[in-house]
Structures are given as C-alpha cells and as structure tokens.
Write a protein that binds this ligand. Structure first.
Ligand SMILES: *[C@@H]1O[C@H](CO)[C@@H](O)[C@H](O)[C@H]1NC(C)=O
Ligand SMILES: *[C@@H]1O[C@H](CO)[C@@H](O)[C@H](O)[C@H]1NC(C)=O
Ligand SMILES: *[C@@H]1O[C@H](CO)[C@@H](O)[C@H](O)[C@H]1NC(C)=O
Ligand SMILES: *[C@@H]1O[C@H](CO)[C@@H](O)[C@H](O)[C@H]1NC(C)=O
Ligand SMILES: *[C@@H]1O[C@H](CO)[C@@H](O)[C@H](O)[C@H]1NC(C)=O
Ligand SMILES: *[C@@H]1O[C@H](CO)[C@@H](O)[C@H](O)[C@H]1NC(C)=O
Ligand SMILES: *[C@@H]1O[C@H](CO)[C@@H](O)[C@H](O)[C@H]1NC(C)=O
Ligand SMILES: *[C@@H]1O[C@H](CO)[C@@H](O)[C@H](O)[C@H]1NC(C)=O
Ligand SMILES: *[C@@H]1O[C@H](CO)[C@@H](O)[C@H](O)[C@H]1NC(C)=O
Ligand SMILES: *[C@@H]1O[C@H](CO)[C@@H](O)[C@H](O)[C@H]1NC(C)=O
Length: 227
C-alpha cells in the first residue's frame, strides 16, 4: 500500500515536473498547421500565437531575431510547434584569390543567428554544394579558364532553414599556352604557332617588343603573323 502510494506520488510529481518543464503547454502540432516565416516574423493564418514565456498573442509574431528557433503555442489548435525565422543573407561576399583550379571566398556573418553556410557553385552544367562553419572557403578541383557562379546561403540555428543566397561570378585563370614556336621568318614578319592549353580559353593575347616599343593584340586563332 505504502509502495503503491509512493509510486503514485512519483508519477504525479513527474507529471507536474514535465508540465512545468514543458516550453509550451499543449501537445506537438501536426503537419496540418501551416506556418509562414520571414526573417523576423512567424504567422499562422487565423490563429493566435504566443512565444513561450510571453502572454502576448497575435496571429503574426513580429520583430523576431532572424535565424532563431522559437517554441510557439498555436492557441486555436491548442498545440505547440517549433518555428525558425529565416536567416539574413551573408554580407560582403568576396573572391579573395584566383588560381587555375581554385577560387577563395570570404564573407561576413549576417545579423541574427546562423549556424552554418551552404556554399554552392556551378559552371552552368554541374553543380556542387558544401556546408562550412567558417566564413571563408577555398573551392578547388576547378577547370582552368571557366566561369563559376558561386552562391553562399546562411543556414539558421536549426541547421536546416535557409535564407536567400548571395551570388558572385568568377573565372578561374586559364593555363599557359603550350608549344609556342616560330614557324616562319621573313625580313619583316615572324609567324608564331602555339597549342591551346587544357581547360577553356577563348582568346589569346599576343605581346611583342623590340626592347623599346611594346605592342599587344588579341587573337581568337592559335597562330599569328607579327609584321
Ligand atoms: C495553457 O496555458 C494558458 C496560459 O498559461 C492557459 O490559459 C491554458 O488554459 C493552458 N492550456 C492547457 C491545455 O493547459
Ligand atoms: C491534426 O490536428 C488537427 C487538430 O489539432 C486534427 O483535426 C487533424 O485531424 C490532425 N491531422 C492529422 C493528420 O493528424
Ligand atoms: C508584449 O507586448 C507588449 C506591447 O506590444 C511589449 O511591450 C512587450 O515587450 C511584449 N512582451 C513580450 C514578452 O514579447
Ligand atoms: C487573438 O489575439 C488578439 C490580440 O491579442 C485578441 O484581441 C483576440 O481576442 C485573440 N483571438 C482569440 C481567438 O483568442
Ligand atoms: C522543439 O525542438 C526541441 C529541440 O529540438 C524538441 O525537444 C521539442 O520537442 C520540439 N518541440 C516541438 C513542439 O516540436
Ligand atoms: C559589408 O557590407 C555592409 C553592408 O553591405 C557594409 O556596411 C560594410 O561596410 C561592409 N564591410 C566591409 C568590410 O566591406
Ligand atoms: C576577406 O579577405 C580579405 C583579404 O584577406 C580581407 O581584406 C577582407 O576584409 C575579408 N572580408 C571579409 C568579409 O571577411
Ligand atoms: C551566372 O549567373 C549569371 C546571372 O545570373 C548568368 O547570366 C550566367 O550565365 C551564370 N553563369 C554560369 C556559369 O552559371
Ligand atoms: C606540346 O607540349 C607538351 C608539353 O609541354 C608536350 O607533351 C607535347 O608533346 C607538345 N606537343 C607538340 C605537338 O609539340
Ligand atoms: C603548328 O603546330 C602544330 C603542332 O604543334 C602543327 O601540327 C601545325 O602544323 C603547326 N602549324 C604551322 C602553320 O606550322
């Protein structure tokens, strides 16, 4: 009898403890509750909401911190849900270094909360994505002389919710031309010949000088007659 009483007391206490610990006093909302979020607001149409710890009710919760997870009570359904505001966009996305096969980037953490960043890049065909915790990234194994579009997106405190991406375009450096040779010599001209480098290159810059004046022309073909 005493043992049963103790058990009941324990159950009652644990229930009270559970309720007082609960962030929100309803059960979890199911997927039928349609939540809309922006960077600073959470809303459910025609349903009053309140954030845990606040008695303020409104169908649109405003002035919230971007990228943060809020436990919200949906009063019309008497249920609780976790809603995450969208993170702000990263700032100052910059290409800091360019090689034939890599691009280095950095950016500034946005206002509010953000946990990780998604870095996506594409050459127009294939697209790749990596997530990083730092505010910089070196993208490698790229093709020389190709334009890449790179998009960096902040991910909210929940590790899932993404904001709007910020994009930047940058060409990798082309490789050097190969097999540059003089193929013909006259009294007034030199003919040159070279091989296209690996990767992509569209035009060539040909410069020449006699030690004094220097000239430059751009070519789309792989040979040139210098007069
Ligand atoms: C939840 O808490 C509010 C205010 O604290 C109260 O008015 C409401 O009745 C509670 N709901 C339940 C199901 O306990
Ligand atoms: C979701 O909850 C609402 C009320 O809270 C209920 O009417 C509905 O049937 C539930 N839907 C599912 C799929 O459980
Ligand atoms: C509740 O709303 C009042 C007036 O809009 C505001 O001053 C107060 O900060 C709010 N409290 C919380 C906890 O959001
Ligand atoms: C929703 O909140 C508003 C503002 O606090 C209040 O005037 C209104 O009565 C609430 N509606 C319901 C259904 O609780
Ligand atoms: C909200 O998220 C926390 C932490 O992930 C989890 O413990 C809790 O059960 C969630 N609440 C609801 C209502 O989904
Ligand atoms: C970063 O961007 C913000 C807003 O666009 C600007 O105010 C700030 O000066 C920039 N910082 C640097 C280091 O460029
Ligand atoms: C990116 O790196 C450059 C050079 O290393 C530095 O001058 C710049 O302040 C950095 N920008 C950001 C947003 O961190
Ligand atoms: C990069 O984006 C710009 C503008 O959105 C677009 O015109 C260009 O074709 C894109 N380039 C690649 C390689 O995806
Ligand atoms: C061009 O140069 C590459 C590397 O320098 C060499 O492997 C290749 O045989 C050369 N090709 C011709 C046609 O000379
Ligand atoms: C240019 O070089 C390539 C190989 O390097 C050779 O096949 C071609 O005949 C050369 N062209 C001329 C005009 O010499």
């Amino acid at each position: 009898m005493q043992a049963l009483f103790t058990l009941c007391t324990a159950v009652v206490f644990s229930c009270i403890f559970e309720i007082s610990q609960a962030q929100c006093n309803g059960t979890s909302c199911n997927g039928s509750v349609q939540v809309t979020t922006t960077t600073t607001s959470i809303s459910v149409p025609n349903c009053n909401l309140s954030i845990e710890g606040s008695t303020n009710q409104s169908s649109v919760l405003t002035d919230l911190t971007p990228g943060e997870v809020f436990t919200v009570q949906a009063h019309c359904f008497n249920c609780c849900l976790n809603a995450t505001t969208k993170p702000e966009s990263v700032l100052n996305l910059t290409v800091t270094d360019v090689t034939t096969s890599s691009l280095s980037l950095n950016w500034t953490k946005p206002q509010g909360r953000s946990s990780i960043y998604s870095v996506q890049w594409t050459d127009g065909g294939h697209s790749k994505e990596e997530t990083v915790t730092e505010t910089f990234r070196v993208i490698s194994n790229l093709t020389p002389g190709v334009e890449y579009n790179i998009t960096v997106t902040a991910v909210a405190g929940d590790g899932e919710t993404k904001g709007s991406g910020v994009s930047i375009s940058q060409f990798t450096k082309p490789e050097s031309v190969l097999n540059l040779t003089v193929t013909d010599v006259t009294t007034s001209s030199l003919s040159l010949n070279w091989t296209k480098p690996q990767g992509r290159s569209s035009i060539y810059s040909v410069q020449w000088t006699d030690g004094g004046d220097s000239k430059e022309e751009t070519e789309t073909v792989k040979q040139k007659e210098v007069v």
